[in-house]
Design a protein around this ligand. Structure first.
Ligand SMILES: [Zn+2]
Length: 89
């Protein structure tokens, strides 16, 4: 089998379903130095990041299981989930 190596896409793992997906198809959630958590649609905010699929299922799952909280090691305010929901399909 020949691998198609035209362009290496950066992959990230979803905190909810644990699947690797292209970074640009995912949502980044960032925890800044001040322990503020926010959605990072640009993917460029400084801080510790976690990635999640842009779909309602994974968001609901992350919320239920607390996987985002675990990934970022801090409480995720409800407003952040609501914000993420806006980007989810
Ligand atoms: Zn996912």
């Amino acid at each position: 089998m020949v691998l198609n190596l035209k362009k290496k896409e950066p992959m990230r793992m979803c905190v909810a379903c644990r699947q690797m997906n292209p970074k640009k198809s995912m949502l980044r959630v960032v925890r800044t130095g001040e322990r503020e958590v926010s959605a990072d649609p640009t993917g460029k905010m400084p801080g510790k990041g976690a990635y999640i699929c842009k779909n309602a299922e994974c968001l609901a799952k992350a919320r239920k299981t607390g996987s985002l909280k675990r990934a970022l090691d801090t409480e995720i305010p409800l407003a952040v989930y609501e914000d993420l929901q806006k980007y989810a399909t």
